[in-house]
Design a binder for this molecule. Structure first.
Ligand SMILES: [Zn+2]
Length: 347
């Protein structure tokens, strides 16, 4: 980092200037701890300070997060105004937000557009439509008449509803009885944004949003369950949000939220064994294969481990190399290290 920029940053931390919040991270060489620019803790000497652009870089350089300012909390958090709109939409999916409604709530439509494209890969309009169709789909599945459902969902015409429905499900509302839907939502955690999927049975996917395999996993789960993935609410998400928050606060060591994890018999067996590795402990592929009485199948165990779609809850991060080094992790090694350190500390 440039020297004069570092001087600016050092002045900012002395002044606890909140305008710099989110733009850089301060790390202290003598304590091994990294902080937000506004941390209340005692200010370090200039020569002991190192600056990073992101918390990720600080972690990779071996620093630990400060307990006073929690620099990992509220990473990538949804802006309050957008949160309020999402809550309104969840309570009544037929609500339609136009540009005017956004402006009334102090949000620029262009800001909304950028945020949705970045975080959901679609425009806010497309998101709203998906949400409405999902809620309509569930009502039709429950036997409510299509005409009434279309009207309740805020569609002005039955044919408009039919077209939107068909575009998503590939069949008309009347012929959708044999179809299924997988609800999709976005969660925020101290390690960044995650996507979660759920069926009526339970959580079927939980992954960090920047995971490279995410797209492939979503397609696989849709195919497995013969269902369409759509933005929507699901009661299991409520349980998941609470339990994940407790986990990240170090107050929960195991999960009770139901999971729904289709796969081959072998994969299911591997995933079950993963859940037997205690919180705060680690295992190896060899040990997991031995526990399955399949010592010859170490590599296959490793593959099945990598195919796990429900991270954290099915704790594939607790498997390390035989010599104790961290092996690959779909969510990135820095997250794996963070999770293992976190569990060590709170066990
Ligand atoms: Zn701090």
């Amino acid at each position: 980092m440039e020297l004069n920029l570092e001087e600016t940053y050092y002045k900012a931390i002395l002044a606890k200037d909140s305008a710099y919040e989110g733009t850089f991270i301060t790390a202290v060489k003598t304590t091994g701890i990294f902080c937000r620019p506004t941390c209340r803790a005692r200010k370090p000497k200039r020569e002991n300070v190192e600056f990073f652009k992101t918390t990720k870089e600080a972690i990779l350089s071996g620093y630990r997060p400060c307990k006073v300012c929690n620099p990992l909390e509220h990473l990538d958090e949804t802006p309050e105004a957008i949160k309020a709109i999402l809550a309104e939409l969840a309570s009544d999916p037929s609500t339609k937000f136009k540009d005017w409604d956004l402006l009334q709530r102090g949000i620029q439509p262009s800001q909304m557009r950028r945020w949705f494209l970045k975080n959901h890969g679609m425009t806010f309009q497309a998101y709203q439509r998906a949400f409405r169709i999902n809620s309509a789909f569930k009502k039709i599945q429950n036997g409510e008449p299509v005409t009434m459902v279309a009207f309740d969902a805020g569609f002005e015409s039955l044919s408009g509803f039919g077209d939107s429905f068909k575009a998503i499900f590939g069949s008309s509302p009347k012929h959708s009885k044999d179809k299924g839907v997988i609800d999709l939502t976005r969660l925020e955690t101290p390690l960044g944004t995650m996507f979660a999927c759920a069926t009526a049975e339970g959580i079927c996917l939980l992954e960090f949003s920047d995971r490279k395999m995410l797209e492939t996993e979503l397609k696989a789960i849709a195919k497995y369950l013969n269902a369409t993935i759509l933005q929507g609410e699901n009661p299991h998400f409520d349980t998941l949000r609470v339990q994940l928050a407790e986990y990240f606060e170090g107050r929960r060591t195991s999960f009770t939220v139901p999971i729904h994890s289709p796969g081959t018999d072998f994969q299911q067996a591997v995933w079950e064994k993963l859940q037997e590795i205690p919180y705060g402990e680690t295992s190896t592929y060899l040990r997991q294969a031995t526990r399955l009485n399949r010592m010859e199948a170490v590599r296959a165990v490793g593959n099945a481990n990598g195919m796990n779609r429900i991270s954290i809850i099915i704790p594939c991060h607790r498997v390390v190399g035989t010599d104790g080094h961290l092996t690959g992790y779909g969510g990135g090694l820095w997250r794996k290290k963070w999770l293992l350190d976190h569990e060590q500390e709170h066990r």
